[in-house]
Design a protein around this ligand. Structure first.
Ligand code: FA5
Length: 351
């Protein structure tokens, strides 16, 4: 058969069936499949076009125009049906119920405790096991509980405007100065003033100082501990701290006391723990020393007992105060303390 004739017959038989097929397509995919039957690689119109090269020059223009017209007609019908399908889908969306009861429920994202709270929970658990009870004190304190009764001299640098947030509190006793507590040692004064020995107490909570750098935050957390009874000695303090260190960082963790000064203890010491990360061989976290300074401690000063109405001739006791952030940084390998308080979910999600 002549190529011209073959194409014309193909176009004649082509007819308008595709209009019915397009109309019957009820989804966009079905519609596209129907169009591919005509215009796709193996489509009927494409097959006819392949013969174009063989059509004699005299017929080529006429046949070409007819093929183009057919293509345009198919495209127009396709576009029209596609628009109609989109409009139908939109209309269905708009008239549908706004929710689908058959969809599975969406579980709310669950939060978790802050890394500082996790460490505080662990610390309190250890001291509870050792027989201490947990007591909390207020964040806004009287000067006498935070400094005076702890035997800070009036001109002590810690009481300076540079170090301490002094605040005015409505309802404070006349003449009393108030501040954001600078340490949890104020709880010693509160509890020793209202209880009679023996007592073994731990007290966690936020404290505030005018500090701000990678290892010092204006708000941080301490856990205070104190044990008051007859005959309490420095050996008891050492024993409690050693038991605490081994429970927190595992058996074999060593403790080291270095003489230090705090006005409310005598003698006083700083306590280092052997670095949990390098087991004492020296690393970045312990700055190569193998030791990490974690707390201050000592035997409660007789003057403090007297201020709290306890007879220092009969009673002795020890106290310690540790910085929670430092332990948390060591445990989780956090390089900058400030990350703990920026509340970036990408940081918090890692705990
Ligand atoms: C005290 O606060 C004493 N009250 C501790 C004490 C209690 C001694 C009972 C004796 C008897 P110091 O200022 O060193 O001591 O703070 C204790 C710990 O808090 C430090 O070892 C450190 O880990 C932490 N710390 C101090 N300042 C900051 C700060 N700005 N940011 C984060 N942690 C801090």
């Amino acid at each position: 058969m002549e190529p011209t004739q073959a194409i014309e017959e193909a176009l004649d038989s082509f007819g308008r069936q595709y209009l019915a097929a397009f109309a019957a397509a009820s989804t966009e995919q079905a519609l596209r499949d129907e169009r591919a039957q005509l215009l796709g690689k193996k489509g009927a119109l494409t097959e006819a076009l392949k013969l174009m090269g063989k059509v004699p020059a005299a017929d080529r223009k006429r046949i070409g125009e007819r093929v183009n017209a057919e293509k345009a007609a198919v495209d127009a019908a396709f576009d029209e049906r596609l628009r109609a399908l989109h409009a139908e889908a939109r209309a269905r969306e708009l008239t549908a119920r706004p929710y689908d009861l058959s969809l599975p429920g969406r579980a709310p994202a669950r939060g978790h405790r802050h890394p500082i709270s996790l460490v505080i929970d662990d610390l309190l658990g250890i001291f509870r096991d050792l027989g201490f009870v947990v007591v909390e004190g207020p964040l806004v304190e009287l000067e006498e509980n935070n400094f005076t009764k702890l035997a800070f001299p009036p001109d002590h640098p810690a009481t300076d405007m540079q170090d301490t947030f002094w605040v005015d509190v409505a309802g404070a006793p006349p003449g009393a100065r108030t501040l954001l507590r600078t340490h949890t040692s104020s709880v010693q004064v509160r509890e020793m003033s209202r209880r009679t020995p023996p007592m073994a107490i731990v007290s966690p909570g936020a404290v505030f100082r005018r500090d701000d750098d990678a290892t010092h935050s204006p708000m941080f957390h301490q856990v205070e501990g104190f044990l008051v009874d007859r005959g309490v000695s420095m050996a008891d303090l050492r024993g409690v701290l050693a038991a605490f260190a081994e429970r927190l960082f595992g058996p074999g963790t060593k403790t080291r006391l270095r003489p230090s000064y705090f006005p409310f203890v005598e003698p006083g010491a700083e306590v280092d723990l052997s670095c949990a990360l390098c087991a004492g061989s020296g690393c970045r976290v312990c700055k190569g020393t193998g030791w990490l300074e974690v707390l201050g401690c000592g035997m409660i000063h007789p003057e403090v007992f007297t201020h709290c109405g306890i007879d220092p001739e009969e009673t002795t006791g020890f106290a310690f105060g540790l910085g929670v952030e430092r332990l948390a940084m060591m445990r989780y390998g956090v390089p900058d303390l400030r990350l703990m308080f920026e509340n970036d979910p990408r940081f918090l999600a890692q705990f």
